[in-house]
Design a protein around this ligand. Structure first.
Ligand SMILES: Cc1cc2nc3c(=O)[nH]c(=O)nc-3n(C[C@H](O)[C@H](O)[C@H](O)COP(=O)(O)OP(=O)(O)OC[C@H]3O[C@@H](n4cnc5c(N)ncnc54)[C@H](O)[C@@H]3O)c2cc1C
Length: 491
């Protein structure tokens, strides 16, 4: 009698899941989700010049809880089930493996250092107990074994990577859902089925849902598949993706699949199969290509974390730049005050503030917004970019190590594809929010300000401020830096 554990990580789905397929070959299967306390509360960033930050905020905590509940319902419906336990995965899995006399543990292999370290500990502890462990690569579009030059051979620039996988790799077909063997006798186990703690139990303030947000993200495979169906098929939005993807308002300017991809409720290969089918049945155009192009950016960042390990997350980045004099909010009071204002969306630069307030109120921000608020912090304020990235890690419902830290490092000039460059925030705001609708959506205090001033309220004189119902320094802050002067270094 073979008994297997399936350690559920960022792969909370039944479709296209190699770890589950392998585990389901056993005669008894016990799926386990582990709530690791190292993911919650204040934790050290690690490495040189470490600082403490809160790793998981309320939006992602809620999304994870919904994700696990949805997975449990799906497993229950198949005659299986799901145990939830709190603790270090190596401790929890060793204890459960002993209790049910398990022969093997199957799990999702993940590329980033923290996740790899957690898996290494599991492999080592269970190895000592003579339990077989098998990692399965399931998080990216291209399987790691199908990379033409292996992980170490990947170029640090996106375009050669993309060309190499487009030309010399393939995307595997998604795996079908396996039929599931019954669980072992759980009467032998203490602690019942367990549940993921609520955000309140984790000490996180649970924000009210703000209906100004782009989408009410709900965790779980069911909601993820529904979103894919709605975006691609029902609303036919994929057809226009390349044109709309830089939008800022509403559900449909981009796919909004990121939270489900990050939690593994959706497999990128499953998304690609839908795109292929859409191309065959409706239209193949630059938009359908572009969605896969973006999924390859996601792959690129994931594989880069595996290639560079800790250096990918270090302040000097993979370019090992030591020439930038980063301000440290931990030791520099001006930087601390600026960083706090940035986090609250009170910098006095409307396009930055609107985006940060959207993040704070909903857990999401558009790609255009992320690039601009990151550039403002890293390039205009020259505050240690890892602080901003760590704040994103806490706040984002779709946080993903490679995509988050990789994009931050890129914007900060220390990462992949980085140039010594910056985003001109006001110019960007004028291009992507021409009449100021987005800024007014999140900054009601600027409601009465006309398009000519809405992105640069500091250009209004006192008479104009009175006429448009906003007094700078009272209703809305004065800008905290001179943007033009901050760009000088780059020109
Ligand atoms: C500073 C910064 C931080 C970011 N942090 C994250 C993060 O933590 N998690 C995350 O998933 N994305 C992150 N991104 C990438 C991107 O902003 C989001 O993936 C995207 O906005 C999610 O919305 P969407 O699903 O509608 O994207 P779409 O435009 O519909 O794209 C489809 C999918 O492609 C992938 N993708 C798109 N753009 C990128 C990109 N630049 N890098 C990597 N993958 C991409 C995502 O999985 C996305 O869901 C970050 C970008 C920046 C500039």
């Amino acid at each position: 009698m073979e008994t297997a554990l399936w350690w559920v990580r960022n792969d909370a789905r039944l479709h296209d899941n190699a770890a589950l397929v392998a585990a389901a070959e056993a005669e008894e299967l016990l799926p386990v989700y582990v709530v690791d306390p190292r993911q919650y509360g204040e934790q050290p960033y690690g490495g040189r010049d470490s600082f403490d930050f809160e790793k998981t905020g309320a939006y992602r905590a809620r999304f994870q809880r919904e994700t696990v509940a949805d997975l449990r319902a799906a497993l229950d419906a198949e005659g299986s089930g799901l145990l939830v336990r709190e603790g270090r995965p190596d401790d929890v899995l060793a204890e459960l493996a002993a209790a049910v006399d398990a022969d093997a543990v199957h799990y999702q292999a993940l590329p980033a250092p923290e996740e790899r370290e957690a898996a290494r500990a599991v492999v080592s502890t269970l190895g000592d107990a003579e339990v077989r462990t098998e990692g399965h690569w399931t998080s990216t579009l291209h399987h790691v074994a199908d990379l033409p030059d292996g992980i170490q051979g990947i170029d640090d620039t996106f375009t050669p990577f993309r060309q190499s996988v487009e030309n010399d790799s393939r995307v595997r077909e998604p795996l079908p859902e396996p039929s599931l063997p019954p669980p072992p006798d759980l009467a032998r186990l203490d602690g019942g089925r367990g549940a993921v703690p609520t955000p309140e139990e984790l000490g996180l303030e649970q924000p009210e849902y703000d209906d100004r947000g782009v989408l009410a993200f709900e965790g779980g495979e069911t909601a993820g598949l529904d979103r894919l169906e709605a975006y691609v098929w029902e609303d036919d939005d994929l057809r226009e993706y390349k044109r709309t993807r830089n939008g800022l308002l509403g559900a449909d300017y981009s796919s909004k699949l990121s939270p489900w991809l990050a939690a593994g409720c959706l497999s990128p290969r499953y998304v690609k199969r839908d795109v292929d089918r859409y191309e065959a049945e409706r239209v193949a155009n630059d938009s359908t290509y572009w969605l896969l192009f973006e999924l390859r950016w996601r792959d690129f960042m994931a594989f880069q974390t595996a290639k560079h390990g800790g250096q990918f997350f270090a302040r000097d980045g993979i370019r090992q730049r030591e020439d930038i004099d980063w301000a440290d909010p931990g030791t520099d009071p001006t930087a601390r005050e600026q960083f706090e204002r940035w986090k609250r969306g009170e910098t006095g630069i409307p396009f930055v503030d609107a985006n940060v307030r959207e993040l704070n109120q909903t857990g999401f921000m558009s790609n255009r917004g992320r690039q601009n608020v990151a550039s403002f912090l890293a390039n205009s304020l020259r505050i240690d970019w890892r602080r901003g990235a760590a704040y994103f890690e806490r706040q984002l419902v779709d946080y993903d190590p490679g995509s988050n830290y990789g994009n931050w490092a890129y914007v900060a000039g220390v990462g992949n594809d980085s140039r010594n460059s910056y985003f001109d925030v006001v110019k960007q705001a004028r291009n992507y929010d021409e009449d100021g609708e987005y800024v007014r959506h999140w900054l009601p205090e600027l409601r009465g300000v006309p398009p000519a001033y809405v992105h640069e309220p500091w250009e209004m004189d006192q008479k104009e401020q009175a006429a448009y119902g906003v007094v700078l320094g009272e209703d809305y802050p004065e800008p905290m830096v001179d943007l033009e002067a901050s760009y000088e270094e780059f020109r």
